[in-house]
Design a protein around this ligand. Structure first.
Ligand SMILES: Cc1ncc(COP(=O)(O)O)c(C=O)c1O
Length: 396
């Protein structure tokens, strides 16, 4: 297959219906290529205005801001803006807390919904916080090598499994689980599914409702571009909405300002809020979510798949020292593409020196996080060029 040229990539950009979004993002440092969408997404131009608005409201309104502005509604409002991006039903998502805290809530809710069952199952290679939190939240955490090992989905889960905690996209290889198949297998065994879609949401299809997932969590600062330390999200399937909240805080109360000594949960997902929302963080997150207002998520996912395919092709054709560690099939690949290199740590340093921002994961992987909102096909071509030049220099 012929190598795509820069002109080919520019012509793809010219026809890209999402191309107009690139102008909605603030330019990064001149000369640098940014491919760390899996760590922290680029800044929407609207973020500055959003922060300015909060500062102005704080200055003018002070305490009245809680009543006269939209600060308190943000967790539910933002949840509804996020829902179509992760394939969730309206009213089933709240934006709040960190992913770690939301994992705790989801795992404890799952255990409460399966009385008599004590075990939570997760892959030993799951993201570390998932394992630490699940170990603290569950009476028993069973670590398995693979949820789909030996070609059998959930072949080895114990019969008292209350929940399967799945890192939807693996944080080193970008392998993306077939969530629907996992949910089917878990439900056949009477277990619920908690899905950590941090490395999927905003880049690839998660399809929480269509897959039958019971709970979902994920980061706001990666592909969703909510900014440093952005609030995370929590999905609770509508059939579980009446579950008692794990942290029954005042912000999940039916009427927080009534100051009742007795807890009465708010209807819907709002009951899973605990404390005061991070108003400035939510404003930044909303500026990012509003970029999706007129986007068909499927078009964004298709573009993301094409960007990843292009990168793999460019690397395979011209960088013999790098071999794909991510699936070639975009349906099984999450938000980034990773490659193995025999000296990946040194290669990551060389990338930095060549003004390419990517990330290294021990022992042998470099990751390139791709965004369907702010990456052009020509950016991928430029990355391919820089990788090729790096390999040429290193071989001399
Ligand atoms: C898959 C995954 N889950 C959870 C987290 C941690 O999220 P938080 O810091 O919001 O708890 C990360 C952070 O990178 C992650 O990659």
């Amino acid at each position: 297959m012929a190598m795509p040229s820069r002109a080919d990539c520019e012509s793809l950009d010219a026809r890209d219906p999402l191309g107009r979004l690139i102008g909605e993002f603030a330019a990064g440092e001149p000369g640098w290529l940014y491919f760390d969408a899996n760590s922290i997404g680029a800044m929407p131009r609207a973020a500055q205005g959003a922060l300015g608005r909060i500062a102005d409201e704080w200055r003018r309104l002070r305490r009245r801001g809680w009543k006269d502005s939209d600060w308190l509604d943000a967790p539910v409002r933002l949840g509804n803006k996020l829902a179509p991006i992760i394939g969730a039903e309206p009213g089933s998502v709240v934006v709040c807390d960190s992913t770690s805290v939301n994992i705790y809530k989801a795992v404890r809710m799952a255990l409460a919904l399966r009385p008599g069952r004590k075990t939570v199952v997760a892959e030993a290679g799951a993201f570390p916080t998932d394992l630490y939190v699940a170990e603290a939240a569950a009476p028993v955490l069973k670590r398995v090598d693979s949820l789909t090992g030996g070609g059998q989905t959930l072949g080895s889960v114990p019969s008292d499994t209350a929940a399967v905690l799945v890192t939807h996209t693996d944080y080193r290889s970008a392998y993306r689980h077939d969530l629907a198949a996992l949910c089917r297998a878990a439900h056949e065994r009477g277990a619920l599914v908690v899905c950590d879609a941090s490395h999927s949401a905003g880049a690839v299809e998660v399809g929480l409702a269509a897959s039958g997932a019971d709970f979902g969590v994920g980061c706001g600062y990666k592909y969703l571009c909510g900014g440093p330390g952005a609030p995370a999200w929590l999905y609770v399937a509508p059939r579980h909405q009446s579950a008692a909240p794990v942290i029954p805080g005042w912000m999940g109360h039916a009427d927080p300002m009534a100051m009742s000594p007795d807890y009465k949960p708010a209807p819907g997902a709002k009951r899973h809020l605990a404390g005061t929302p991070p108003v400035a963080g939510n404003a930044l997150m909303e500026a990012a979510l509003d970029l999706w207002r007129d986007i068909d998520p499927q078009a964004a996912f298709a573009k993301h798949a094409a960007l990843g395919d292009l990168l793999i092709r460019l690397v395979e054709q011209q960088c013999p020292d790098l071999s794909p560690a991510s699936p070639h099939d975009p349906a099984r690949r999450g938000g980034f593409v990773s490659f193995r290199h025999r000296d990946a740590s040194a290669f990551a340093d060389a990338l930095e020196a060549a003004k390419v921002v990517a990330s290294y994961r021990a022992p042998d992987v470099v990751r390139f996080g791709l965004s369907p909102l702010y990456h052009r096909y020509a950016d991928i071509w430029a990355l391919g060029e820089r990788l090729r030049q790096l390999e040429t220099v290193r071989m001399q």
